[in-house]
Design a protein around this ligand. Structure first.
Ligand code: FB9
Length: 485
């Protein structure tokens, strides 16, 4: 429809000066004409030039008066030709805004006598305002003054009208010839005769609606790569439910230790107790807790099997390390480098940086004659690969490591020393009951996945990172994670 009109018109005319007038002349919807112009221009059938015109459009109030008459005329007509009408009477006959504006305008135009009683001062009035509004509504020209007063009364507002002037283009033809836009099996029969549309190499590909990795998983991948680069093997962590034995007792953590009560740990109601434990090893753990051995005097308390049997949600992935080290001790000794990254659960108060669960990252090296120096060395190597080279170590305490150290790094961006983890040498009371050789030492360290992710992605509140309140957009938008490389 519009296309034939445009191409047809240009057959006998040099140009279409104004697409707006052209649409009105040929009774076409200007928006449709514009779309056709853009498309014909795309195929170079026509050349176009933008035309911008400032026009006026009616506001909703303006449209009302154009339809029902201006408020001052409505008021005038409500006043009886002869005699007068009380103001209250008059007010009831008109809508509040019409009465209010009508009074002031009719008063100003000296059409009526405004008092307790209202009467006409002229015989007849003409609704110029309505006329002017209709004029503008039909896109016809209006004089300056009426524009100014209508604008002042907020009955019209300015609008930019966009149109085009159109000329024949290099590919002009009275009718659009079918151009092939794709090389299909059919086209292959007669491609020589066909005209193919030019490739638009600027065209953006269809946005790929693909899945997006959560920031935590991107940082996890970086940590995994670093561990594997350093020759570590991942430990199997696919058991959130653990027995108190592997989570605490095997780590020489005494049964009355505060972390072992329900204030810090989630104990399970069902299944409440573990099914099997290696009995001979349990015996050794019982003894080392109660009376020590291996040079230790133990904790000197009654160790209870039922306490060790209690099932819980693991509070650290060190529970996996104890299982793996025990398994290692059951075979002829070979040095090992293990790591784990997975969820741990702590019954802690939730705040900006703490949830009841987080991901623990743990690394351990088990070999003969390892020293604290080796631990410091491997920590420097590990964290330097994370871009953290300035480290400081502060003596600390863990029930299962002695000596223990908290690790701090100077963070340029934050301009302060940040605690980036904890570490230590597993106690002989933990390793020897497992059956590991006397001279085997195990150095280990741990940190969280959430803290580095929050710092790297500038996330202030852990609840924005993890959990049901996470803004999906954050996941869509978060940039790739390239630590320390
Ligand atoms: O992750 C922690 N901090 C951190 C780590 C990296 C980082 O990188 C930034 C990009 C620059 C920034 C910060 N922390 C450990 C330190 C603190 O956040 C601490 O307040 C909270 N800790 C958690 C436990 O909270 C109760 C972080 C978590 C943690 C602490 C200790 C271990 C694991 C996780 C451990 C251990 C361990 C020790 C010895 C042997 C084996 C395991």
């Amino acid at each position: 429809m519009a296309e034939e009109a445009i191409l047809g018109f240009l057959q006998n005319n040099e140009q279409i000066t104004d697409s707006g007038q052209f649409s009105a002349e040929f009774n076409l919807d200007h928006n449709e004409v514009v779309n056709v112009i853009k498309s014909l221009h795309g195929f170079r059938y026509i050349d176009v030039q933008d035309i911008k015109k400032e026009t006026w459009v009616l506001t909703d109030e303006g449209k009302k008066y154009a339809a029902e008459g201006s408020p001052e005329v409505q008021l005038f007509l409500a006043v009886p030709e002869e005699g007068s009408i009380s103001k209250d009477e008059l007010q009831k006959k008109l809508a509040p805004s019409v009465f209010k504006i009508g009074c002031s305008q009719a008063g100003k135009n000296k059409w009526v006598e405004m008092g307790k009683q209202v009467s006409r001062k002229v015989k007849h009035v003409e609704d110029k305002v309505k006329g002017q509004l209709l004029q503008i509504q039909e896109g016809k020209e209006s004089d300056k003054d009426s524009i100014i007063s209508l604008k002042a009364r907020k009955l019209i507002v300015p609008q930019i009208w966009k149109g085009y002037s159109v000329k024949k283009g290099p590919n002009y033809a009275p009718e659009r010839k079918k151009v092939a836009t794709d090389l299909t099996r059919e086209n292959l029969q007669n491609w020589k005769e066909l005209e193919f549309k030019e490739y638009n190499f600027e065209a953006k590909g269809a946005p790929l609606e693909a899945g997006h990795l959560h920031a935590l998983l991107k940082v996890r991948k970086q940590f995994k790569d670093i561990f594997v680069q350093m020759g570590f093997e991942e430990m199997p962590t696919n058991n959130f439910v653990e027995s108190s034995f592997w989570n605490f007792d095997a780590l020489f953590q005494p049964q009355q230790h505060p972390a072992r009560d329900s204030h810090d740990t989630f104990f399970l109601k069902v299944p409440s107790t573990t099914r099997t434990l290696p009995e001979d090893y349990v015996e050794k753990v019982k003894r080392v807790h109660e009376t020590g051995g291996y040079g230790s005097r133990g904790y000197n308390y009654d160790w209870k099997r039922e306490e060790a049997n209690k099932n819980l949600l693991r509070t650290h992935t060190t529970a996996v390390s104890s299982r793996m080290l025990y398994a290692l001790a059951q075979k002829p000794f070979v040095p090992k480098k293990y790591f784990s990254i997975d969820r741990v659960f702590r019954n802690e108060a939730v705040d900006r940086t703490h949830l009841a669960e987080f991901h623990q990252i743990e690394g351990l090296i088990c070999d003969r004659g390892l020293t604290l120096g080796d631990l410091i060395g491997v920590l420097k190597d590990f964290f330097s690969r994370l871009g953290m080279s300035k480290l400081r170590f502060k003596p600390a305490y863990n029930p299962y490591t002695e000596p223990s150290m908290e690790i701090f790094s100077y963070h340029e961006g934050l301009g302060k020393w940040v605690e980036i983890g904890n570490s230590g040498m597993f106690r002989p009371e933990m390793l020897l009951p497992m059956g590991l050789p006397e001279d085997v030492r195990v150095i280990a360290w741990g940190l969280s996945l959430e803290r580095p992710t929050m710092i790297l992605y500038g996330i202030d509140n852990i609840r924005d990172l993890f959990g049901h309140k996470v803004d999906l957009d954050l996941i869509k938008r978060n940039p790739i994670c390239r630590i320390g490389i």
